[in-house]
Design a protein around this ligand. Sequence first.
Ligand SMILES: Nc1ncnc2c1ncn2[C@@H]1O[C@H](COP(=O)(O)OP(=O)(O)OP(=O)(O)O)[C@@H](O)[C@H]1O
Length: 652
Amino acid sequence: MSSVNEGNSPNRARGYKRRRDSASPSYFDQLNGQAGPSTLQNGNSKTNSIKESDNKRHDTEPSDAWDSRDDDDNYTPYVPLSKRRANLLSSIHQKSTVKSVKLKTAAEEEAEKEAQKKAEEEAEEVRREKARKERTLLQEAQEVKKRQAEQAALKSERDIEAEKEAEILAQLERQQRKLASDAELAKGVQYTESLQTTWRPPHYIRSRLEAENVAIREQNHILVEGDAIPPPITHFADMKIPAPILKYLKIKGINDPTPIQIQGIPTAFAGRDMIGIAFTGSGKTLAFTLPAVMAALEMEARLPFQKGEGPVALMLCPSRELARQTYEGCVAICDALKEKGEYPEIRPMLCMGGVSLSEMGDVLNKGVHLAIATPGRLMDLLEKRKLNLENCKYLCFDEADRMIDMGFEEDVRTIMSFFKHQRQTLLFSATMPRKIQDFAQSSLIDPILVNVGRAGAANLDVIQEVEYVKQEAKMVYLLECLQKTPPPVIIFSDNKNEVDAQEERDYAIKSFKSGKKDVMVASGVGSKGLDFNEVQHVIIYTMPKEIEDYVHQIGRTGRSGKTGIATTFVNSGVQEQTLLDLKYLLMEAKQRVPEFLNAIEDPMAKYQDQGGVGKACPICGGLGHSVTNCPKLAETQRRQVAGHSREGAGGY
Ligand SMILES: Nc1ncnc2c1ncn2[C@@H]1O[C@H](COP(=O)(O)OP(=O)(O)OP(=O)(O)O)[C@@H](O)[C@H]1O
């Protein structure tokens, strides 16, 4: 191409013609012939035609007439001498090369072919390697993309789940109103400070450094939340409890306070609102009955109670059996107190269905200090003005989650409306889920949360054994199971035909408590909070749907620091959801997880490392599901729809 341009330059063209005139024709013709194909890229034919016209022009026209005939057809490009020489040399060299190639031996040719083949193969390999690398990179990129897409999907799935949970919780929040009387709510009465009491910890405990208090709590696995938390006290003698009560505790084998008592009793003595959570059989009852007795004692010492007055303290229980048991505990303490006549008489009263007014009459005539009640009967007495809460300043909910659970709230609020003054409110349970804690906290005044172990966790003193037993084999296996330990044994079954009728319950419980009977068959409903003497073995014949119920049922053994066994029968009739809750509960308590439970896959496990599951359900405390598929919530809603919200609460 460059030589065509050179040829288009008039001066060069002119110079070329002049040189041609003077140069040897044979030599230049030769040069020109070589230069054509290598410089004009239009091909040989064009090169040839240029050569022909060039010759013609050279013969017929004067050298100075070139300008007027400078058309493309006749134009011959100029090739510089140096190039023409080089072209000539190259041509000569090519010819000699051809000669030498011809001289090569067949062997050499073979070797050359071989080398060429090898080179081609190597090139092919390089090409393949490159392709492989490119493919791998491509695949990698695709995998990364896929992973990202999966994560994004997972995230959005989790977000959707979280949104659903938030919506359900918000809805529940809207349904719940504060634990305050309607009058207080209507007047907007809000107490801002805790009740003041005269109780103070001994000086040497008050002068402890806060770091020492923290260390004591840590040693006893006590978690606390709240402001100005009273110090933990590790000896009953340091709690300023009257000597007759200390003596009584010793006789009962109660020498040192349990963790919930170490922190709970000083908190209650100090007049603070409180939520107490500790595992089954850990002594929660004493943590709230002792302060109730002390509050009554203080009031009575100031001004003795008369007919129609009282109670100072009200303890609400979700079942008759539990109310009776709590009442008996209070009676024992009060009896111990009055024994030597050093302290005034403190009178407890049991208010529940099945106890007649005439039975209560004696206490009512003298003035009541402590009322231990089920909500239904208490409302009845309050409405009939047989009892009033004008002087009541201590309110405790035992198994509080059950009491505040949806459906029971209205009764509680009705009872609250009979209070005339601020009171100290305490809530206790082994299984109080987060939702109830939050609700309660919002209703209490500057509350303190005392937590020993996770709410809803099983008592670690219970050895939990879970067996797969087909429905038809249950009875035979039950008889075998009864041989596992000496009595007493409790068998839990939810089937109403398998347990004693309601009217026989009192008798059954009394006979079992007194040791007259070795085995008691109970429904899950009445189990909460009941304290029987050293039950060796709990057999759960029918696995309850709600894991909270399971925790309470196995909790009838392994109490007060003793070890017990719980054997649970499960089979394909048990919902997978419940089995998952059970699996996680066993894992948490470091119990053996049977293979069939291990094999159950958790659809929520993918969220586990992201904090989705592993957290307890805020409605029931179960570890194997979220709010969106909480069996307790489903059951509560079913009951609400059916209008049977009170069903199953033995106390109503
Ligand atoms: N400090 C103590 N030392 C030894 N035994 C105790 C102590 N306090 C209470 N107990 C006994 O422990 C048993 C269980 O106590 P309690 O019934 O109060 O447990 P709980 O925590 O209320 O259990 P649940 O959650 O099942 O209702 C009772 O027999 C009680 O007398």
